[in-house]
Ligand binder design. Structure first.
Ligand code: BYC
Length: 480
């Protein structure tokens, strides 16, 4: 079969010859109604009958993989798509380096691999649940369409992980696939697995920050899993990364447009001091210090997703050849890391300082460092916009010790510059760093829907170009 093309004939679009794999096909068909029930209960609130201009993957060829058309979301063709198999692919790192990549689950690593797949799978529906109420307050049809595109693709990413569970993990894989439909973001009894996926995404600025910062953790983790010696996981993640790029684009350009509109309004009103918060807010835009606070919140919550700085789980997964480093295949070292060290920022004698740690145990830290570099690049582009208006303000990522709940710094309080604070100081200054109730109320007051083509809410600039090169007045969502 042509692996690049997707078979759309059956219930489940796929490029894995599902038609010839009766057991897995049946298992997925059995899972399908539960998925649709989950989508109807926990997917976007409202708009299920609307026609949304969505892209659907029709191929896994990077040069032309998507087709755009109007679709009702429940009729979206969620499918199973893997990047093409690379002939002769080998395990690239760890103790099995140089052996042929595994096409079946190596028995000794089954539990570890299943855990990685389940954690990855759990984040996908979680984000849809977190964002389900946002359609109602979309600042434009363009943004609404982007939200729904992200949502249906996170749904597809759940399918991607469920395929791996159903195909390679037998009965317990089936049980895990069911459990992925049962947990709920923020539920006190059955929460999602990782902290940031139980937080709220209360407004559109949070949505853009989430897609900028948290989807970028998705990118880093998927890049690390794409290196896996377990070939089906690698191929799955490689194709997911193609889709993930758009999600980060939505975040980066979303924040850019918010920043741009704020600066424009300040300029029009002759306000040069970014700290004149009340004056700026009266213009119906979000002041830059509040945008900074939102960035502080979402960046710090996302850092927690990298796990503990020193982690035997991470060391074991690397040693086993299951989860590599960011772009492992481009790194130049022995890819085994048995003897090297890596500098890890730790709390030593009450001070935050670097300590050389065994490189294998420090892999979460290394991935997190790569993430910070990647995240900083877009922040630089936001600052270019502010600079262009001559406004003296710079958005900065907070110190990694700021507002942490996992790892080395979860036991202390630090400000955005990494200076340690007492509990008392923290309580007093928390609102200088993180959104206060007043900030949240203000942002919420702006969240008025704008559902006419070509129009945008007061607090956000239009995009530079349309999706699929559509003109500015294109009706991205035909409301039912
Ligand atoms: N919250 O040894 P450690 C995405 C637990 S986002 C709660 O440091 P490890 C997306 C940990 O489970 C990417 N618990 O852990 C984005 C462990 O518990 P057990 C998602 C946490 O394994 C936007 C214990 O603490 N994919 O795709 O080295 C929209 C010891 O920790 C947390 C992945 O994350 C936490 N934040 O690191 C949609 C990839 N952190 O098992 C989608 C798969 C740690 O000892 N996951 N714990 O009881 C992994 O690679 C790793 O499991 C982690 C954690 C990086 C998450």
């Amino acid at each position: 079969m042509n692996i690049a093309a997707v078979d759309y004939d059956g219930l489940i679009p796929n490029n894995v010859a599902l038609g010839q794999d009766v057991r897995v096909k049946r298992a997925l068909e059995k899972w399908h109604p539960g998925y649709l029930n989950w989508w109807n209960d926990m997917g976007p609130e409202g708009f299920q009958e609307s026609l949304v201009y969505l892209r659907t993957a029709v191929s896994v060829d990077p040069k032309g993989w998507a087709k755009f058309d109007y679709v009702r979301m429940p009729e979206y063709r969620w499918g199973v798509l893997l990047a093409p198999q690379m002939e002769g692919r080998k395990v690239n790192f760890g103790t099995h380096k140089g052996e042929p990549a595994w096409q079946e689950v190596p028995g000794e690593y089954r539990a570890m691999l299943r855990r990685l797949v389940v954690i990855q799978g759990d984040t996908e529906p979680a984000s849809v649940e977190q964002q389900r109420h946002l359609g109602k307050t979309a600042p434009s049809l363009y943004d609404m369409r982007n939200l729904f595109q992200v949502n249906v693709e996170e749904g597809r990413h759940l399918w991607a992980m469920v395929y791996l569970l159903q195909k390679y993990f037998g009965t317990d894989g089936r049980e895990e696939a069911e459990a992925l439909l049962q947990r709920r973001s923020g539920d006190p009894d059955t929460p999602r697995m990782l902290g940031a996926f139980n937080e709220k995404t209360p407004d559109w600025l949070s949505f853009f920050m989430f897609t900028y910062f948290t989807d970028r953790d998705g990118k880093m983790q998927l890049e690390a899993l794409a290196q896996s010696g377990f070939d089906p996981l690698s191929r799955t993640c490689r194709f997911m990364l193609t889709e993930e790029a758009h999600h980060m684009f939505v975040g980066e350009t979303g924040v850019t447009r918010v920043v741009q509109r704020t600066c424009e309004a300040m300029k029009e009103a002759g306000i040069t001091d970014p700290n004149e918060i009340e004056k700026v807010r009266k213009l119906g835009v979000i002041d830059l210090p509040t945008i900074q606070k939102k960035a502080n919140l979402h960046f710090s919550l996302t850092l927690d997703l990298f796990g503990n700085e020193i982690s035997t789980n991470a060391a074991n997964a690397f040693h086993a050849g299951l989860k590599g480093r960011y772009r492992e295949d481009r790194l130049k070292d022995d890819h085994q890391l048995e003897s090297g060290t890596y500098p890890v920022l730790r709390l030593i004698d009450g001070k935050i300082q670097n300590e050389d740690s065994p490189a294998l145990s420090a892999l979460n830290m290394r991935l997190r460092d790569d993430y910070v570099v990647d995240a900083n690049a877009g922040v630089g582009r936001w600052n270019k916009v502010i600079e262009g208006f001559g406004i003296p303000f710079e958005i900065k990522l907070p110190h990694v010790a700021f507002h942490r709940h996992i790892g080395e710094f979860s036991s202390i309080k630090a400000d955005v510059n990494g200076h340690l604070m007492s509990d008392e100081q923290w309580t007093k200054h928390r609102g200088d760093f993180l959104p206060t109730d007043g900030d949240k109320d203000f942002i919420e007051s702006l969240m008025k829907p704008q559902m006419e083509p070509a129009k945008f809410a007061s607090w956000i600039a239009p995009p530079k170009v349309g999706i699929d090169n559509k003109p500015g007045d294109f009706e991205y969502v035909k409301l039912a």
